[in-house]
Design a protein around this ligand. Sequence first.
Ligand code: HPA
Ligand code: ZN
Length: 320
Amino acid sequence: MPPLPCAELHLHIEGTLEPELIFTLAARNGISLPYADPADLATRYAFTDLQSFLDLYYANMDVLRTEQDFTDMTRAYLRRAAAAGVRHAEIMMDPQAHLARGVPLETCVNGVAAALSTSETDAGISTSLIAAFLRDRPAAEALEVLRDLLAMDAPIIGIGLDSAEAGYPPSLFREVYDVARDAGLKCVAHAGEEGPAAYVWEALDLLAVDRIDHGIRCLEDEALVERLVADQVPLTVCPLSNVRLRAVDAIGDHPLPAMLARGLNVSVHSDDPAYFGGYLDDNLAALVDAFGLGIDDRARLAANSVRSAFISEGRRQDLL
Ligand code: HPA
Ligand code: ZN
């Protein structure tokens, strides 16, 4: 199954840290890890819910110390993404997760940005950067980091909202999104992954987001589905993530076919590919295996990813 050209719109760059690279960076930075080797680390990737994943995801990031570490991680991802058919990638990063462990904003932003600045020549992928805020930390902190990003003229095209969802509704972050929008940034937010359909409504109505990350629980609310269909709001769905974090029981129970059938603007992405069993092509292959998705559906998913990207019309036409 040759990959169709597509856009990766839901990817946490820190979630691309493969076990081998975690060990390489740990050795380079003189950090000793509590695992025997990469295979031993990988045996810990049996998650019971979003939080059980986040605990390991934040712990493993500790190996990222220098700009070069962030650059190497991002370059490794871009190489793999090119093989998956990705031609454009909008990459999320979690600045607060690095600030909280004493890594300066410039180190993480400049390190990732260095890899993105050469992505077209290195990997044939156009790229942009989205700063995601951690919803389980105070909104005041997110606002401060956003102001710092704007002050340093960070090369970001938008903001996102991630980390533990349940109990942290989008409404808490209204002011952050108002400031971002006023600064000309695009707005996305995770909603309806573990949190309820009500959080998707809030992301739409209170944060005025341009895209919803995940959104799979929208199917629990008929009026919400009608709104999402009418406005063709992009939903960036990550099937392997949903299975591994137990948002759905098994790939065969995934709502993606139902979402397509309802006329929702869904596309397929990889979330944290090093942790969830695969990259964008692996997510598509899992859907093809489980549902026999045909070429028409695969072409529609690829086209949806391109039409939902934050790119110029010229670039969109190149990719369609
Ligand atoms: N969900 C929420 N927050 C995240 C995720 C995720 O899958 N990955 C990284 N941060
Ligand atoms: Zn995500």
